[in-house]
Design a binder for this molecule. Structure first.
Ligand SMILES: [Zn+2]
Length: 432
């Protein structure tokens, strides 16, 4: 069904060329941030960069955008139009530094909604669905776009802001919601509250859960756990405030597609910054670099996402020919930590921990004892034999990572719970 709607590879390249040309003509005329980056390279309004020159352009870093806003407050210079044209303002959650403000015009907001429509379409959401968005609708862009795009799709959308977890559960059950949109962590949190309240979620009307904000929904054991407790199909999507909603699940278990009609994807070695060539299996492993094509008012061009990915252009069984990320976003490059010489990604460790359904919540830290670094995992266990679960987890992590953790059972309810991005991995910067 979706096959006819999906353009083939050469159509996509043509579309990218055309959109990139339009974007660059505007940017070189009116966008002070990118003019300052590209004019020293000889580009101008008369001679904007072409798509085949993209690899010669410098990267855009988040730190540059933050610095630019500090130097040119409050909105910085990545603006292609006069301020009166902008109709939305959002800001990043600021978990890793100063929040970044981001402005959208009516046109670029519409572009966001069109990108979300692809996410819904690929997830199988219909106009007769009822979408519950378990999100607090603050200045973080998060699911604002999901909410409005659901409406444009013709579905019924329910806001979940200003409600406790218990009230959210009651609202979605009483209104017979069929689609849940939230972070993967929060889907599990709602399930915990449901169990404590004696509510059977697997028997609810929810049939699809759509997640973002964390890699969770592409972490196999997190995904299967969400699917089990909700009795629903769990799909992932990826996006960022400054980039847009760029990736979506197609239904093939661990595949995430890049919406290449609207984004150009490159993969680089994060150390050397060189483009990564496909290996013998056709996979490019490295940091994802994205250019968005439809957010002309505040674009990012060759933006280093900090996301570690494995990108392949092998055809996906779903019939789409756009690039696929195997396993979704594998982790944040700056979240990787090294302990006793072993590289550990939080998402890989989370996958090992989530293999134990009795572990309700967890927290990971690196602690030093007699000058030795130790990986400490604190767990809350739901069940009769917490010590057995702790011993089994210790062995499982040891077998998979070749690193023996210290597993400590803590009291139920003593670890923090999260609605937005979880912060279960507590490391100082030097430990990364
Ligand atoms: Zn696919």
């Amino acid at each position: 069904m979706t096959h006819q709607m999906v353009p083939n590879e050469s159509d996509i390249l043509e579309r990218q060329k055309e959109k990139f040309r339009t974007l660059m003509e505007r940017v070189m005329r009116d966008n002070a941030f990118y003019r300052a980056k590209y004019e020293p390279l000889g580009f101008s309004v008369r001679r904007p960069p072409r798509l085949d020159e993209l690899p010669a352009l410098p990267f855009t870093l988040k730190s540059e955008l933050v610095d630019d806003q500090q130097r040119h407050p409050p909105f910085g210079r990545d603006l292609t139009f006069p301020l009166s044209r902008y109709t939305r303002i959002h800001q990043t959650s600021g978990t890793t530094g100063r929040p970044l403000r981001w402005l959208d015009t009516a046109e670029s907001w519409q572009w966001w909604l069109d990108c979300w429509r692809e996410i819904y379409r690929a997830a199988g959401v219909h106009p007769d669905d009822r979408i519950f968005v378990a999100f607090s609708f603050g200045p973080f862009i998060g699911f604002w776009t999901a909410f409005e795009a659901g409406q444009r799709l013709g579905a019924m959308v329910m806001p979940g802001g200003g409600l406790s977890s218990r009230q959210r559960l009651e609202t979605l059950l009483e209104n017979e919601a069929t689609v849940l949109v939230c972070t993967p962590t929060y889907a599990l949190r709602l399930a915990e509250v449901a169990r404590e309240s004696g509510i059977d979620l697997a028997g609810s009307t929810i049939r699809i859960t759509i997640h973002a904000g964390e890699p969770g929904a592409s972490v196999p054991n997190v995904k299967s756990r969400i699917e089990a407790v909700w009795g629903a199909r769990c799909v992932d999507h990826a996006g960022a405030t400054e980039v847009g909603a760029w990736g979506y699940s197609c239904g093939e278990r661990d595949h995430m597609h890049i919406n290449e009609a609207e984004f150009i994807a490159e993969v680089i070695d994060p150390e050397t910054q060189a483009l990564v060539e496909p290996d013998a299996e056709g996979v490019q492993r490295g940091e994802l670099v994205l250019t968005n094509l439809g957010r002309v008012g505040s674009p990012v061009i060759r933006y280093r996402t900090g996301d570690l990915v494995e990108l392949t252009r092998r055809p996906c069984p779903c019939g789409r020919t756009t690039a696929v990320l195997r396993g979704g976003v594998l982790g944040r490059i700056d979240h990787m930590f090294i302990i006793r010489g072993i590289n550990v990604f939080p998402s890989a460790l989370e996958n090992l921990i989530r293999a134990f359904p009795d572990i309700e919540e967890f927290e990971v830290s690196v602690e030093h004892r007699r000058a030795m670094a130790e990986l400490v995992i604190r767990i809350e266990v739901n069940g009769q034999r917490p010590a057995d679960v702790a011993a089994a987890l210790e062995q499982h992590v040891h077998e998979r990572l070749n690193l023996r953790p210290v597993v400590r059972v803590v009291d139920r309810g003593s670890l923090p719970r999260y609605e937005l991005k979880a912060r279960r991995f507590k490391f100082s910067q030097e430990q990364r």
